[in-house]
Design a protein around this ligand. Structure first.
Ligand code: SF4
Length: 358
């Protein structure tokens, strides 16, 4: 496994970030924060999917005041996302928020940042300096000609200096761009200059496919170099999918393993079962499983048995039927219509048995 870069440890409510803690999965609600019922419901769904930190937008005073109710009902630490008005950060702290995210490009000057830092420190609340290439200081844009990695890092450093001047060091940093390679370069540079924990993300990546590809590439490169303490995949869709993608990225770089790993083939002219529907059904029915388990769903007997054997449970399709493998052994032939049921039941049975023997 890659050696993680050593960062300072901080806590957001009870969640350890940095300093050798596991990489934490974060997401952001896309409900109206003032609608506390909808926001709490979304947070509950995110928590069920494995999200460990949640950020909510605080665009105005009503949203800041809604935080108290959200925090009471949230099983996850809640981070308030503040732009433009430092008073909203102070209000969020008064409501008991667990973390703040400030954007150095637009939160105000030295005096405002100091006020927030003093209030956050007295409550033990960390602050993320969240630099976004799309909202950099004019000065920096003039100096660098574009929102380059160097410009983003300088922006973060300025904000960090303001916080440190106020004797504040519970800091987490992000330097996100919608350009994947700029994002990667910015984090690499940032990591050379600081040992504060890094929150990784590529921003505004788009829909499921483009967002997954950009996030996987950006986060994958950085995580495989040992960088990153928290991650957020940003997608233009239900944030629950962000959490799923984040765990798949972490699994691919061998850092966290949550839920079933489904191995399935793309199908080809040899496939004689409806593999697409079968995989989708199996994936949906196992979506609440938390324990890691490898499950193979293969189209035919060319590569199917090999993959199915190496998984804990697997099937390889034939004509209108499939063969079931369990713990590397061929167990039985199953009619196609029963494959999903049999596979899901076998997975649940195996996990139940493991739980009992723990
Ligand atoms: S496992 Fe069989 S059906 Fe699937 S891609 Fe390979 S050869 Fe084709």
């Amino acid at each position: 496994m890659t050696k993680r870069s050593q960062t300072k440890r901080l806590y957001i409510r009870d969640v350890a970030v940095g300093g050798g803690a596991p990489v934490i999965v974060q997401s952001m609600t896309n409900t109206d924060t003032r609608d506390t019922e909808a926001t709490c419901a979304q947070i509950a769904r995110l928590a069920e999917a494995g999200c460990e930190l949640v950020r909510v937008a605080v665009p105005d005073e009503d949203a800041a005041l809604a935080l108290k109710r959200i925090i009471i009902h949230s099983s996850l630490p809640v981070i308030a996302d503040i732009h433009f008005d430092h008073r909203l950060a102070l209000m969020a702290l008064d409501q008991g928020v667990d973390g703040l995210r400030l954007n150095p490009g637009n939160i105000g000057g030295r005096a405002e940042v100091r006020k927030v830092a003093v209030a956050a420190k007295s409550r033990g609340v960390p602050i993320r300096v969240g630099v976004n290439a799309g909202s950099l200081d004019k000065d920096l844009l003039e100096k660098y000609g574009r929102p380059s990695p160097e410009a983003m890092v300088e922006s973060a450093q300025k904000e960090i200096a303001l916080l440190e001047d106020a004797d504040f060091d519970m800091i987490k940093i992000s330097v996100k761009s919608s350009d994947v390679m700029d994002t990667v370069a910015a984090y690499r540079l940032m990591a050379q200059k600081t040992d504060y924990p890094l929150h990784l993300g590529v921003t505004e990546t788009g829909t499921l496919i483009s967002g997954t590809v950009k996030s996987s590439l950006g986060l994958g490169l950085l995580l495989s170099e040992g960088l990153g303490d928290t991650v957020r995949v940003s997608l233009t869709r239900d944030p629950v999918d962000e959490v799923r993608v984040a765990y798949e990225i972490l699994r691919a770089v061998d850092l966290r393993h949550r839920g079933p790993e489904i191995i399935s083939c793309p199908t080809c002219g040899r496939c004689e079962i409806d593999l697409f529907s079968l995989v989708e059904e199996v994936e949906n029915r196992l979506s609440r499983v938390v324990s890691p388990i490898k499950v193979a769903v293969m189209g035919c007997v060319v590569n199917g048995p090999g993959e199915a054997r190496s998984a804990r449970v697997g099937v390889a399709g034939g004509r209108g039927q499939g063969v079931l493998f369990k713990e590397g052994k061929l167990v039985s032939k199953i009619p196609e219509k029963d494959l999903a049921n049999v596979l899901v039941n076998e997975v649940n049975r195996l996990l139940e048995k493991e739980k009992l023997s723990d």
